[in-house]
Design a protein around this ligand. Structure first.
Ligand SMILES: O=C(O)CCC(=O)C(=O)O
Length: 246
C-alpha cells in the first residue's frame, strides 16, 4: 500500500485523535478534486432534487447519493484518508454512510441540531458509539463562515458530559481551506457554529467504523420505514433531545 505518512506522523495523528476526539488534515483533496467534486454536487442537485432535504434554513443535506453517481467514490476510497483511518480503526475498517451537507447563509443562527453525539442519541448509550466521521470541506471555511465545532475529549475523558450542559459558545471551531478533512469520533460532542456573514459551506461527509461493531444506522431501526427521511432525521433528533433532558 502507498504510504503518505511516516510511522511517526501516523502515530502522532492517532495520539491526537485518541486524546482530543478529532483531527484536522489539510490538503486531503487536490485543487482538481475539489473542482470536480463541487461540480458533482451541482449535478446532483440538478439531477436529483428530491434527494435533498432542507432540515433548517441553513442546513440542506443529501443522503442517498451513492446509488445515483460514482463521482464521490474517490473521496470515500481516498488512499490518504484510508491510511489515517486504518491507523485509527485498524484492519477491520469499514465504510458506513455518505452524505453531502450544505450550510447556507442565514440570519437565524440557532442551529437545529445543537450540541449532540452522533448515531445513538440516547445519553445512556453513549459508550456504544465507535464510528469515525470524516468531513471534507469543498469550500474555504474561514473564521466568519459556518463551521463544525467540537468539545475536545468528550468522546473519552469527558464522556459523562451531557450535551444539554454544554454552553453555546463552548468547544473548538474547526476552520480550514477547501480540501481540509476533519475526522471526529462520533461519540465526541459536536455542533455547527453558524455565523452571521457566512458564505455557503459545502461539505462531504462519510462514516467509517470497525466492521465488527454496531452499524451506524441502528439508531433509526425502530422508526416507521414509510416516513420520509427528513421526518426520520427529525425523529432521531427529537428522541435524542428527550433522552438527554432525562
Ligand atoms: O455541519 C456541521 O458542521 C455539523 C455536522 C453535524 O452536526 C454532524 O455531522 O452530526
Amino acid at each position: 500500500m502507498a504510504r503518505f505518512f511516516s510511522d511517526t506522523q501516523l502515530d502522532d495523528m492517532v495520539r491526537h485523535f485518541d486524546l482530543q476526539g478529532y483531527l484536522r488534515v489539510e490538503n486531503a483533496l487536490t485543487a482538481d478534486q475539489i473542482r470536480c467534486l463541487d461540480q458533482a454536487v451541482d449535478r446532483h442537485r440538478k439531477e436529483c432534487p428530491d434527494d435533498w432535504m432542507a432540515l433548517s434554513d441553513s442546513f440542506c443535506e443529501a443522503i442517498d447519493v451513492l446509488p445515483h453517481t460514482a463521482a464521490f467514490d474517490e473521496v470515500i476510497e481516498s488512499p490518504l484518508l484510508l491510511e489515517i483511518l486504518q491507523a485509527i480503526l485498524g484492519e477491520n475498517l469499514t465504510f458506513e454512510e455518505f452524505a453531502i451537507l450544505l450550510r447556507n447563509p442565514t440570519a437565524n443562527l440557532n442551529e437545529i441540531k445543537g450540541w449532540h453525539r452522533d448515531i445513538v442519541r440516547d445519553y445512556e448509550r453513549r459508550k456504544e458509539i465507535y464510528a469515525v466521521s470524516v468531513l471534507w470541506y469543498l469550500t474555504d471555511v474561514s473564521p466568519t463562515d459556518h463551521c463544525f465545532c467540537i468539545v475536545p475529549e468528550s468522546h473519552n475523558r469527558l464522556v459523562d458530559l451531557n450535551p444539554c450542559d454544554v454552553a453555546a459558545d463552548a468547544g473548538v471551531d474547526l476552520i480550514g481551506p477547501a480540501g481540509t478533512a476533519v475526522l471526529f469520533h462520533a461519540r465526541a460532542i459536536h455542533n455547527a457554529r453558524l455565523k452571521q456573514t457566512s458564505t455557503q459551506r459545502r461539505t462531504l461527509q462519510a462514516y467509517f467504523s470497525n466492521r465488527l461493531d454496531q452499524r451506524t444506522n441502528e439508531c433509526a431501526a425502530d422508526i416507521d420505514p414509510g416516513l420520509p427521511m427528513t421526518e426520520v432525521i427529525k425523529e432521531v433528533q427529537r428522541r435524542g433531545k428527550l433522552k438527554m433532558k432525562g
